[in-house]
Design a protein around this ligand. Structure first.
Ligand code: ADP
Length: 657
């Protein structure tokens, strides 16, 4: 390894002396010397030839001294280091030099043996520095590349999977077409799994895969995971079983990682076990650890390969393995994930007899949280193979809800729009900015937005919608290409009501839309009842919905307060109310119709009539009450009252209220 050294010294005799003393090193190509006789000359050389590893700087020089030169190095050659050459005993200058970042110093007269050691030590440091800078840059580049590339893969995959799912729901196709479609679907999912695995591995390598633990019953979780492979096992005529030494155990765990580890092991077992074999998954809960074994009666792994199967891309015997699909990534990922969780993954196997993988994971038990379900629903990373559910939609919406789609991929947005058109009115926007403008103008019921977009991204859009009183009742669904939990959290923090990970299943989007709309309707029902009967209590479900649509309660309360303040003014109308909350009548009308399902005028009138009942109860006369609640004529009041309550105010009072 060659080291290039720049000697900066005004002493002319130093040059031949160095060349003489280090002639062997120079000849062997270990050292290459450059000489500068002044600081000025050194600066010129450094800007032309920055590949200097080590600088030898004399402190005392006429024009630019060594200390001044030293302070300019970080800018010129940030990844080189300087050794100061100083007059014997000049400790003040040496200290200054060290403070300015010199790596080391030698005293004059120079001890050449010491100098050689110092140069080598400095050069080694420089090399380490450069390689770590390089490694870091490469790791970052890689991580960024993977992030981008998965995004690029996921969008087209959405465009393959979504239409295929759509077609599969159509009963018109015959069996052979369906089989072809299923093949497309299966392979697209496989591609997706592979991309996800590569991404995870890259993240693990760059130390960017955080552990997200939540409490839950791990046993149910594992059992459901194993059961999700039932269809696959049946198809290969394999017996798949799960057993555990306890029936339930609440622990803190990262469901996503546990799932990936187990599903890799189980799918391998299924893959490498011929028909009529057996696969047993067992779990043993100890005090501080959980032992999970996946044992199969399959082809086994020859001893000489066992140490390498956890290596990336490694597959036992290429010719034999070709009979099996695969990439050799699954086990590497399972291994790294287990380590990330502080555990161990090991294998025992006998060729032709079978294989047992053992996962040992540390666990932290928690007091039961009364939760019967696992912390996260297991979502098989493998496709629900051939099981395709056919969902039919009732179509009883007369006033079709308005959906705004914000997505920059024209093909995708067209596709989604077309498939929603039969049930919804659909608007589209190509970026967040445009989406926001349309949302403000049209006040849709739900906004479905991509996250990564030019101009304004999905998070910013969600934030803008939720921060504006005119639009904060609109539900937002974010479509994110990234599965990372922090992205979901960011989305939810910005006020998104729901999110979907791309590539998403069209059915899922439709279900989510339907759920959100149902929630809105439920809430609308509650607000309507509350309007008609102010003492009305919310059911727990409504309370939860109301909480999710935080701010709406306050908004309605504010409206009621304003109406109350103008109760006896017969001229107080929808326009006045809108003006008080600084909205246009049109906006207020749209917002109230989504929220309560009534117009502003209706809201005011109902409020007036409710209050009139209270006033009548309190003993006010009918005419007086009519004026107090803002009716110009008692007759109008009586008519309105009868219309709503089925009896005249007089009758109401007579009947004993
Ligand atoms: P892939 O299954 O995609 O090839 P993996 O990393 O999951 O990659 O597995 C690496 C290799 O280890 C497999 O190709 C196979 O040769 C071997 N292997 C893994 N699990 C088993 C098993 N249960 N029985 C036999 N061989 C296995």
């Amino acid at each position: 390894m060659s080291t290039t050294i720049l000697v900066v010294d005004d002493e002319v005799s130093l040059q031949p002396l160095m060349q003489q003393r280090f002639r062997r090193k120079i000849k062997a190509g270990d050292y290459t010397f450059r000489f500068a006789l002044s600081g000025q000359q050194a600066l010129a050389m450094l800007s032309n030839e920055p590949e200097i590893d080590v600088l030898l700087l004399d402190i005392n020089m006429p024009d630019i001294n060594g200390l001044t030169l030293l302070s300019q190095l970080p800018e010129l050659v940030p990844n080189s280091r300087a050794v100061m050459v100083s007059a014997y005993g000049d400790l003040t200058n040496v200290r200054t030099a060290m403070n300015r970042g010199a790596f080391d110093f030698v005293m004059k007269p120079i001890d050449f043996h010491d100098l050689e050691l110092t140069i080598d030590k400095t050069a080694q440091y420089v090399r380490q520095l450069r390689s770590s800078i390089h490694d870091k840059a490469v790791a970052e580049l890689k991580a960024r590349f993977f992030d981008n590339i998965t995004h690029e893969f996921r969008t087209p995959l959405s465009l393959i999977l979504a239409p295929v799912d759509h077609l599969l729901q159509n009963p018109r196709f015959d069996e052979s077409t369906r089989r072809s479609l299923l093949t497309v679907r299966r392979n697209a999912y496989q591609l997706l799994t592979l991309i996800n695995q590569l991404l995870d591995l890259a993240k693990l390598e760059a130390n960017r895969l955080p552990v997200n633990e939540l409490p839950g019953d791990i046993i149910t979780f594992l059992e459901e995971m194993v059961n999700s492979f039932g269809v696959m096992a049946d198809q290969k005529q394999l017996v798949l079983s799960f057993s555990c030494n306890v029936r339930q155990q609440e622990i803190l765990f990262d469901a996503d990682k546990w799932q990936k580890i187990l599903s890799n092991l189980v799918s391998n077992a299924i893959k490498f076990t011929p028909a009529n074999g057996k696969i047993e998954v067992t779990c043993m809960v100890g005090q501080q650890q959980l032992l999970l074994t996946v044992a199969d009666t399959g082809i086994g792994i020859p001893a000489e390969h066992q140490s390498r199967i956890f290596d990336r891309f490694y597959q036992v015997d290429a010719s034999n393995t070709r009979a099996y699909e695969g990439s050799g990534i699954g086990l590497a990922l399972a291994y790294e994930l287990t380590r990330r969780l502080g555990g161990q993954l090991s294998v025992e196997s006998q060729s032709g007899k079978g294989t047992t993988f053992t996962v040992e994971l540390p666990i932290q038990k928690v007091i039961s949280t009364n939760r019967t379900k696992p912390a996260l629903q297991p979502q098989p990373s493998l496709p629900p193979w051939e099981a395709v559910s056919v969902t039919t939609y009732e179509h009883d919406d007369l006033t079709q809800p308005l959906i705004l789609l914000v997505e920059d991929n024209v093909e995708l947005v067209t596709f989604i729009a077309e498939s929603l058109m039969s049930q919804y009115r659909v608007l589209t926007a190509a970026n967040g900015q445009q989406g926001l403008e349309i949302a403000l103008r049209e006040l849709p019921d739900i906004v479905v937005s991509d996250v990564m977009m030019p101009e304004m991204d999905g998070f910013q859009l969600a934030h803008a919608l939720k921060a504006n009183i005119e639009t904060n009742h609109i539900a937002v669904i974010l479509l994110t290409a990234r599965t990372a939990v922090q992205h979901r959290q960011e989305g939810l923090r910005e006020g998104a009501d729901d999110y979907l990970t791309k590539p998403f299943d069209l059915t899922e989007l439709q279900l989510r839309l339907r759920n959100l709309l149902r929630r809105q309707q439920k809430l609308q029902g509650y607000y309507q009842r509350q309007l008609n009967n102010p003492d009305e209590k919310a059911t727990p479900l409504e309370a939860e919905s109301a909480e999710r649509l935080a701010g709406q309660d306050t908004f309605l309360k504010k409206l009621y307060e304003i109406i109350e303040a103008h109760l006896d003014e017969s001229t107080f109308r929808a326009e006045s109310l809108a003006e008080e909350v600084a909205m246009s009548v049109r906006t207020l009308t749209r917002k109230l119709s989504t929220l309560v399902g009534v117009s502003p005028a209706r809201l005011i009138r109902t409020y007036r009539l409710n209050r009139s009942k209270e006033l009548l109860k309190a003993g006010h006369g009918v005419s007086e009450t009519a004026y107090l609640v803002g009716f110009e004529h008692p007759t109008n009041f009586a008519t309105a009252f009868k219309e709503v309550y089925g009896q005249t105010p007089t009758y109401y009072v007579l009947n004993g209220v």
